[in-house]
Design a binder for this molecule. Structure first.
Ligand code: GAL
Length: 753
């Protein structure tokens, strides 16, 4: 039998591939233990099977080492584990070709050994693991005939890791040893979004795809829809699959009717007749909770805006309801003007002070009114930024066209009417060299930055840019090192409203930074931005080093990343989100912790995209938790491909109002009992936002006494996602239904009188 290519990159001995395209279930595999041996430092003898690691510490894989007692550790470290590889793996295999080690994802680079033999590395083009890519699954293979494999005996897998900043280690993914088989060349593609014709009536397209030119798959496909709360199968179908080969996938569309408003799991399984092997996949079925906005006008978005005296103001009054809408703004301070057709307030206000403006929005069905507070003073970003950032979808492939398309989509999708404001380009806009005068210049993907910015402003949206205090950005583009004041002037000239400033290569200048070293580049840029003739929100990105939340505000930051980079899986999102209680107390108007950008919708870090790997319930948790935390919400997906479910996540005004609460008081972890965590946050109007999160693998009911929440008077309990009062209680909140696995019930409590 010829050696087939599992995926192109697997044919190269040391390549790591993304598992996104690899089937869920292998023919046969053994799980690797979660507990490995661990040592910081670097020594080639640590790859040897005979090396005695008994004195090493034990560490769990699947989490960054920062969460395992190695806070702020960057550099080399080794992981080792023992595993018996049963010969039944190869005997059960149809192809009998190669052994596959799946070592999850590793931050940042790695080199793996089986019984001392190198079996693969992730080191970019340079073969130096300091250049590895943190965001790829590690799948390494070697022929079954390789003598390094000790069948039915003890084997040692050793992994040498290098982390150059932020979170590090074997932080997420699958840990398995298996044998590649015919089913490894087939996958179930469930990437197309669910469509809902009427509530509960869903339609979904799936495909069976092959990458094996030598094999014709034929068999049957089964689809089950299951209620995860009780395991009941609510709908099932099995269809014959005549064949599928590369280039001719088998496509199937199913339609199913399900009671709406709760989560379901779709389970897919294809069985290949000839080999007897199966592939399976599963996904959560999205369900819409956000009610459609009323046809009558409603004013949404932040109700408080800060602007510095004499600096340009750009504030779009966000209103839902049938168009056209006529806008009014009574008592605008001198210098500010409202465009009554677009609802954009602009101008410059010279006199410091706090101004209450009475907004009105009228259509043929009615009128909405609300006050807007404009604070003219030193402080900007009085509530967390709401917007979009290019990184989680486009990575370094961001371009002028993609930024404009995101801005257009922000308007076309209606998200602008819910208060979404910023359109931010991340890394990848800069040219390699400065001009002869030392000015930073955009690369060919951005023909005219000032024109692009003016276009985004013309829609009522603001624009963000990205740089590093080091000579290079994380993507290897030009940073602001020794050109800070000049760059700040350039950004202001282009009309930029937001700067994300990413530590990156500054770390090479200060490999072991003191607290002062950490603060310095941010102080320098803060001083430069203070000279600009416009407000530029200053967003620090240094992954939480030196507990930045304790000094970010005093150093000129409006927000600061508290963690390494997020990815679209539960371990990453929940690992970041649920440890924010440490930084939460530092939240206040103008100063926000940033647990990183949203991973909902089509993401991919560019240029190719996939639907987020978070389940629908995990996405409800993601948005709810980030709102509870008063986090900046930066949508990380392709805005031109927003599906119904993602829009429902991003357009719930009662949920967004928690994030945008003008008091900006910190969230608190009230309790953590078993898998249930309860978080609360006091709102400006005296009500209390409460999130009940189920971190476990099974749906679970919950009951929380009012006294645990510090409340004594009877309370009206409102479900924020469903926008409905669900109970009045004098003693305890009892959840009306089990909270789904990894899901949430997001509530707002107000006194019942
Ligand atoms: C990372 C940062 C990401 C993104 C990227 C760009 O350090 O955390 O959010 O900005 O750099 O290269």
């Amino acid at each position: 039998m010829t050696l087939r290519c599992l995926l192109v990159s697997l044919c190269f001995p040391f390549a790591a591939v993304s598992l996104a395209a690899v089937p869920m279930a292998a023919a046969a595999q053994v799980d690797l233990p979660h507990d490995w041996k661990f040592h910081t430092g670097d020594d080639p003898s640590w790859s040897a099977p005979a090396f005695d690691d008994a004195g090493w510490k034990t560490i769990s894989v699947g989490k960054p080492w920062e969460e395992e007692g190695y806070a702020n550790y960057d550099g080399y470290a080794w992981y080792r584990v023992h595993v018996v590889i049963p010969s039944s793996l190869k005997n059960n295999s149809y192809l009998k070709e190669s052994l596959r080690l799946e070592l999850g994802r590793i931050d940042d680079g790695d080199e793996a050994f089986l019984n001392g033999k190198p079996v693969g590395q992730n080191a970019g083009k340079t073969k130096d693991i300091t250049q590895g890519n943190w965001n790829l699954d590690r799948v390494y293979t070697l022929p079954l005939s390789d003598p390094a494999i000790h069948w039915d005996e003890d084997n040692v897998i050793a992994v040498r890791v290098y982390d150059h900043g932020g979170d590090g280690g074997m932080y997420a993914g699958k840990y398995e040893v298996g044998v590649t088989d015919v089913n490894d060349f087939a996958r179930i593609d469930e990437n197309s979004p669910f469509r809902f014709r009427t509530p509960g009536q869903l339609r979904k397209n799936i495909s069976l795809v092959s990458t094996d030119p030598h094999y014709v798959f034929t068999g049957s496909l089964s689809i089950l829809l299951e209620d995860p709360a009780n395991g009941a199968i609510l709908w099932r179908k099995t269809v014959p699959v005549p064949s599928f080969t590369p280039g001719t996938p088998f496509r199937y569309v199913y339609n199913a009717q399900l009671p709406g408003g709760q989560s379901y799991i779709a389970l897919y399984s294809f069985r290949d007749k000839k080999s007897g092997k199966s592939i399976t996949a599963s996904e959560g079925v999205p369900y819409i909770l956000t009610p459609r906005p009323a046809a009558t006008p409603r004013i949404n978005g932040t109700a408080i805006v800060g602007v510095r005296p004499g600096h340009p103001l750009l504030y779009k009054v966000a209103v839902t309801g049938t168009q056209p809408i006529a806008y009014t703004a009574a008592d605008l301070p001198s210098g500010a003007i409202l465009n009554p057709t677009t609802g954009v307030i602009s101008g410059k206000i010279a006199a410091p002070g706090t101004y209450t403006v009475h907004l009105g929005a009228t259509n043929h069905l009615g009128k909405a009114e609300r006050d807007l507070t404009i604070v003219v003073g030193d402080q900007i970003s009085l509530t967390p930024a709401l917007g979009w950032n290019s990184w989680n979808c486009w990575g370094l492939s961001v371009s002028d066209a993609k930024v404009r398309a995101a801005a257009d989509a922000m308007k076309r999708s209606g998200l602008i009417n819910h208060g979404w404001t910023y359109i931010n380009m991340d890394d990848g806009w800069e040219r390699d060299t400065r001009d002869p005068k030392g000015n930073v210049v955009p690369n060919a993907k951005f023909p005219n930055m000032a024109q692009m910015t003016a276009y985004v402003h013309s829609l009522g949206l603001r624009v963000g840019i990205y740089s590093s205090p080091g000579p290079k950005t994380c993507g290897g583009f030009l940073g602001s090192y020794q050109h800070e004041a000049q760059d700040a002037r350039t950004y202001a000239k282009w009309g930029i409203d937001y700067l994300k400033y990413d530590w990156c290569s500054y770390g090479e200048l200060y490999p072991k930074p003191t607290l002062d070293d950490m603060k310095k580049p941010y102080q320098v840029m803060a001083a430069a931005l203070a000279q600009a003739d416009r407000d530029i929100l200053f967003s620090f990105c240094q992954y939480g080093m030196g507990d930045v939340w304790t000094w970010g505000g005093a150093t000129g930051g409006n927000s600061w990343r508290t963690t390494g980079d997020i990815t679209d899986n539960w371990a990453s999102m929940s690992g970041i989100g649920f440890r924010q209680d440490v930084c939460a107390p530092y939240t206040r108007p103008g100063n926000f912790n940033d647990p990183d950008m949203l991973v909902v919708g089509k993401v991919g870090w560019g240029p190719s995209l996939h639907g987020t790997h978070l389940s629908p319930d995990e996405q409800y948790t993601h948005i709810s938790l980030w709102c509870m935390l008063a986090a900046p919400l930066l949508i990380g997906c392709d805005m031109t491909q927003l599906d119904d479910f993602t829009l429902n996540l991003l357009s719930n005004d009662e949920v967004l109002a928690i994030d945008q609460d003008p008091a900006a008081k910190p969230a608190q972890k009230v309790s953590a009992t078993g898998d249930l965590q309860v978080w609360s946050r006091p709102m400006a109007d005296g009500s209390l936002a409460v999130g009940i999160f189920n971190l476990g693998n099974h749906a679970a009911p919950a009951s929380i006494s009012l006294s645990t929440l510090g409340l004594s008077a009877p309370q009206i309990v409102r479900d924020c996602w469903r926008q409905k009062d669900i109970a009045t209680t004098a003693d305890a909140i009892v959840t009306p239904h089990a909270i789904p696995s990894h899901g949430v019930l997001l509530l707002r409590l107000r006194p019942a009188h």
